[in-house]
Design a binder for this molecule. Sequence first.
Ligand SMILES: C[S@@+](CC[C@H](N)C(=O)[O-])C[C@H]1O[C@@H](n2cnc3c(N)ncnc32)[C@H](O)[C@@H]1O
Length: 454
Amino acid sequence: MSRQDPARLAALECVEAVDADGGYANLVMPRILAAHRLSGRDAGFATELAYGALRMHGLYDAIIAKAAGRPIGKVDPAVRRILWLGVHQLLGMRVPSHAAVSETVSLARGRVGVGPSKFVNAVLRRVSEATREAWIARVAPGSGRDAVALRESHPAWVAAELERALAADGRRGELAALLEADNAPARVTLVARPGLADPDELMDEVPGAVRAAYAPTAVVLAEGGEPGAVAAVRERRAAVQDEGSQVVASALVAVDGVQEGERWLDLCAGPGGKTALLGAFAAPKAATLDAVELHEHRARLVEDSVKAVPAGTVAVSVGDGTTWGEPGAYDRVLLDAPCTGLGALRRRPEARWRKSKEDLADLEDLQARLLERALTLVKPGGLVAYVTCSPLVGETHDVVAGARGATQLDARDAVARATATAPDQWGAGPHVQLWTHAHGTDSMFLALLRRDEE
Ligand SMILES: C[S@@+](CC[C@H](N)C(=O)[O-])C[C@H]1O[C@@H](n2cnc3c(N)ncnc32)[C@H](O)[C@@H]1O
């Protein structure tokens, strides 16, 4: 039995659990790290290695096939996963070549046997003979969309949809920057829920934490920052939440001025990040918030997320948002619709490989039905915020264009008010589209609709 480096073994177990068994890296990795008793730098190395391999294997498959001189389909999947880890150390991390090759070969010997480990050795030696740039020039030459997609390891259809979304938002020519940003791990951002925690409190507690660029509630942790170590997070007065999510939820509250006792609805609430932020805004105004979620286990997560919000503010229900509720009952409705999540790819290394065009068509239909229901549940004159963490045209512009009985407001004004910025910095309107490469947030879409008076 050859010696195996525990951090590399942990990375391999994560890649296997995700690629072979359909797991989610962010759920399986903490358990694997705990089982190997890895923490600090070793845990960071294992996570960077596993996540990088899971993200970049579209590119790495092309390089492995070239280096091996055979189609990738002819490489045993168990061996291929080990090769991803080796290639990522060689081309995506600053691991010295000899260590990357010898440690990965040891891993292969222990996992798939001596014969395949020799193949791993030969392929990795060949890969180590050229730089990342030289390999890219060989397997993905040119600057066309497919070459950019391969270079940045995105499925071709995803790159095509993102290119279309950029063009629809006046951002032609930004595809490479967007796809590159998807491959950079996101810093952890916290929300200080208004009235429950203060950004200064979070920054005092966490060395190196700084205010985020736009949302006054948002604090960005330094690299390696551990949210579980923050008292306000444990007490649910603060939480991990992307800044883009904070911006769009806050924008719904920034329109019109909130009146005492308003009724609000969060129609797709799980796991409850935006519910808790809205609840924190609602409590001082004696507004109430109904939160609806289709899945029981996710509704329980919503209940947990609102623990620190004053009692009596938020009521959580399990229900189907396409049929739930009392028509005309609400002043403000947040519809944070189920979507492809293609605007949040940096958070989930495997996500880009799990979606298909068929999923997109199903989601577009569901999104349209949920928006129709949201516009039924809001009062005449009331507001609906339609939000997705996807910028795809079919999930954003097309869904909003199909809405009946409502008028679209200029969401840039609401975002500007929520973030103390100028409206014209938020695009051409009337929607607001945040972009990972431009704003450093998830690529969230926001449209604000006012239900027409009868
Ligand atoms: C984008 S997530 C919402 C995220 C949430 N707003 C937050 O900030 O934590 C969409 C949620 O909608 C739920 N969902 C899907 N179909 C639904 C339906 N028909 N009715 C209600 N909820 C639904 C999903 O289970 C998922 O939890």
